[in-house]
Design a protein around this ligand. Sequence first.
Ligand code: 13P
Length: 328
Amino acid sequence: MNTVKQSWMQKGYADEPLPEGIDLKAEIRRLCREKNAIILAHYYTEGEIQDLADYVGDSLGLARQAARTDADIIVMCGVHFMGETNAILCPDKKVLVPDLNATCSLAESCPADAFKAFVESHPDHQVISYVNTSAAVKALTDVVVTSGNARKIVDTFPPDAKLIFGPDRNLGNYINSVTGRNMLLWDGACHVHERFSVEKLLQMKREHPEAKVLVHPECRGAVVKLADVVGSTAALLQYAIDSPADTFLVVTESGILHEMQKSCPGKKFLPVPPDDSTCGCNECNYMRLCTLPKVYNALRYEWPTVEVPAEVARKAVRPIERMLELSK
Ligand code: 13P
């Protein structure tokens, strides 16, 4: 292996200087055409990434899009588990995540060996895993869910089914509360959604009594209680589009404001801040690792690819396909 590639591997992305004077966006589009590549982006990525993408969506939309694309290369602008999901669904395609450091705190909160021991200590339980998990955790799972279909999929189990839900305790608690279940929860959380401040949200509600409160179910229960609507990023966006209200307090990662503002130019979207900060935004540092220069270099060098060991992929594909089937 040459030393340049070795240094990329240490950094987790191809940090080659850009050719002087290039039109980055035009070059990215050219490479996509030449290589039959598609760019998928999550709503939490930077606005300029979303504007360039072929498809922008929530975790469910991204998985569906990957499953149906005929592109040879998928550039997944988001975090690593999203690339893994694509690689598992599309074993014949090259899946690129422009920066391999883009992990997910939820996925990190659930190491596969510890989760395996937890599952094995409850052999009479079926296992439901949130999509924000590693491929190795999905391989231990009966069905995968996203925030957009968790309730629907949990509802497909008989009322007396014994269920494990991991890794997000907040989403698990929320699904337990709306379905009347008592799923056994893994004790994980998203470092962004966990931080939203009840006090600051209450203050903003007092300042904007007419505003609707949009909350992602990865938030703590005390925050969810204050919501007008609880849903995935795509569901919150759709609610804002359909609602006659013109002001919204947004309690999820602030990247979604880009598409909300684009879809509803006449409406006002106010990000609710985290409790440990004086600034107004609550950003996922991992999502922000995806930048246009990294997308360009990923396409140029077709690296970094997301690799899932064949045996893990063989086991993980079933619960992901089951999810896609159940959420039709
Ligand atoms: P959705 O994509 O389902 O809205 O969930 C957000 C998220 O956790 C992305 O990592």
